[in-house]
Design a protein around this ligand. Sequence first.
Ligand code: IPM
Ligand code: MN
Length: 362
Amino acid sequence: MKIAVLPGDGIGTEIVAEAIKVLEVLDLPFEMESALVGGTAFDAHGHPLPEATLKLAKEADAVLFGAVGDWKYDKLERQFRPEQAILGLRKNLGLFANFRPAICYEQLVSASSLKPELVSGLDILIIRELTGDIYFGQPRGRRIAVDGHFPGAEEAFDTMRYSRPEIERIAHVAFQAARKRNKRVTSVDKNNVLETSQLWKDVMVEIGTQYPDVALDHMLVDNAAMQLVKAPKSFDVIVTGNMFGDILSDEASMLTGSIGMLPSASLNAQNQGLYEPSHGSAPDIAGKGVANPLATILSAAMMLRFSLQQADAADRIESAVQSVLAAGLRTPDIYSAGTTKVGTQQMGDAVVAAITKTTIKG
Ligand code: IPM
Ligand code: MN
């Protein structure tokens, strides 16, 4: 089992180090190799996604990714910015299916920005299409306008595009995921305005007929944004395009109390995957030893389950995380009165200790 480890920028190195500790204590035959990605790769090699890093990722069974980005790269030309690394990995590995679970851990209910009764027991899964849409659609660029409201003025444009096969394959992913859950899919679009959304909805309806056991409904994205804060527990699986999924998944994550808790998986048709925390590189707290490593540790668990066929090991990590939370350990992002504040490494150590304990008992 080959794992490419790409820690990246900001808190990336600190949180990935904790996930590696956890993977190592499982005592499975992993081969892990690290490479630079993002701003750190730009500094060392002049490109956020160097050839060698891409090659390592392509040849691995799975990629464990930290985070990329730092304000200090904001003025670089777009192709050299750290974010291009993750976009390039998604595109080059064909990682079209992004799983972003938003689960509210019972111990963290009070950390949510919503009332406890709205989020207690919350367990939704956002499935975001990840290689199409306005993120990658051509043409895009800047030019002097020849028409529109201000001919002769500078303008910029991006293209929202979706093809039928792109929508079909993400639809199958969503319906199959729903079958393993509460058998409900909400497809989110903006079909009252956009052609891409009308095709999206039509294809969802068509593919849905192949899954008569799964209930399908449709919601406009503005309404979905509202329903997520009004009645988040009314959702099971949400499937949506790249742009809407980006926005809605950040919103959903915050309902759970902390984005520092949420893992994510991005898969291609071969079940090869990239696993990363749902949060970013948080340069403001980098190097301080206070970042929450649990999202990355839980991403490693998703990696074991989805790409490496090690479901038991994944379960062990997830129960270990539950038990450290139950024991009251909290990084600052999830701290509340009456709990014990710990740093990044202490949190990682506690998860390792919880796994070791179950190993000895088991
Ligand atoms: C995410 C991030 C990325 C995205 C950025 C870093 C390009 O926000 O993974 O959600 O927009 O997809
Ligand atoms: Mn995002």
